[in-house]
Design a protein around this ligand. Sequence first.
Ligand SMILES: CC(C)(COP(=O)(O)OP(=O)(O)OC[C@H]1O[C@@H](n2cnc3c(N)ncnc32)[C@H](O)[C@@H]1OP(=O)(O)O)[C@@H](O)C(=O)NCCC(=O)NCCS
Length: 161
Amino acid sequence: MSPHIQQVPPKQAPIDLLLLADPSEDKIRSYLHQSQCFVASHDGIAIGACLVQALAPTSREIKSIAVHPDHQKAGTGTLLLKWIIGFYRRSGVIQLEVGTGSFGYQLAFYQKQGFRVTGIERNFFIDNYNEPIVEDGIRLYDMLRLTLRLDRTNGQMTAIS
Ligand SMILES: CC(C)(COP(=O)(O)OP(=O)(O)OC[C@H]1O[C@@H](n2cnc3c(N)ncnc32)[C@H](O)[C@@H]1OP(=O)(O)O)[C@@H](O)C(=O)NCCC(=O)NCCS
């Protein structure tokens, strides 16, 4: 059965899930209360969560998105991301941004929904985290900034050019 997705007040955000995406609880709490929070739940239990912050009236940044490890690779993350894209498109937002590592399946996860690389923040993961972040045995140094334009052209989403 498909998970139920809804917006919840930031104070109800499942921090334990969000820590899978951002290993610093202090950092999460620093943007939590300026964010909109979305939760995917199954039988009333949160299995996925996402925090989104306003950058400007028509642009938003996905600060973190995560799915519980027991439920990963089953389509929940893609469903949640697509739901959020639809939510913001209907709200009149024209640009969604996200920062992610420079390699790994997370990069493809966003690119499959049309996000394009629009910048690089060199040494971001060294400068902003006390502990090294390692994925697939490779240390993460640089953050890619990805952007999705929600403008419609011929009824379709267009990626930024
Ligand atoms: C990224 C994340 C939210 C995706 O959620 P999900 O429910 O697993 O997503 P989906 O099931 O829709 O899978 C999307 C793709 O990611 C791949 N994937 C998901 N988890 C994976 C993992 N642990 N290892 C390798 N690939 C993985 C899936 O195989 C799928 O690939 P496909 O489209 O080629 O089939 C989730 O894996 C997660 O919470 N990861 C840890 C936190 C994180 O890295 N968040 C993003 C920060 S930038």
